[in-house]
Ligand binder design. Structure first.
Ligand code: FES
Length: 169
């Protein structure tokens, strides 16, 4: 049922953008916005819908940095490691968050799919170094304690939402 709904949504996206190869990038952008990544089975489905080879769709999806084929958490934390942030010890934030989220050495997404931790080169907010963004929200002049407190706040909010949802169910 879940899978069926997933493909129905992709059909809508394809219909809204147009069934032609020239619409591939906007379609991939809309799909990624919906699922936070590009699932492989959906890329194949898009190729069939547009009548183009799956290799072309995979080629575009892997060429552009804005696309990801890896599933990400509900909250994507991007710690800046550009020069201004790096000299202000942004990697200490990264290490503190990694510990906070109990992420293993090669792991960047928590097992409950709530958080993904990444680094980026510059967020364009160098005056606020060291900085990070969580989804679209930017935070600056952070310390490891402030960064982990932001995560605690999100975890608390999520737990509250879940208990509200179970009370109304
Ligand atoms: S170097 Fe971090 S925001 Fe520019």
């Amino acid at each position: 049922m879940e899978t069926l709904r997933k493909f129905e949504r992709v059909c809508e996206i394809v219909d809204q953008n147009g069934k032609s190869a020239s619409c591939l990038i906007p379609i991939l952008q809309a799909v990624q916005l919906e699922y936070r990544y590009l699932p492989e089975e959906i890329l194949t489905f898009i190729a069939t819908s547009l009548g183009i080879p799956p290799a072309k769709v995979f080629g575009v999806a892997t060429f552009y940095h804005l696309f990801t084929l890896k599933s990400k958490g509900k909250y994507v934390i991007r710690v800046c490691n550009g020069t201004a942030c790096h000299v202000k010890k942004s990697m200490d934030l990264h290490a503190a968050l990694r510990t906070k989220l109990s992420l293993g050495e090669r792991q960047d997404t928590t097992a409950d799919m709530l958080f993904t931790l990444e680094t980026v080169n510059c967020l364009g907010a160098c005056g606020l170094a060291p900085a990070m963004v969580v989804n679209d929200e930017a935070y600056g002049q952070l310390t490891p304690n402030l960064a982990t407190a932001i995560i605690d706040e999100i975890i608390k909010r999520e737990a509250q939402d879940e208990s509200d949802a179970s009370r109304t169910a």
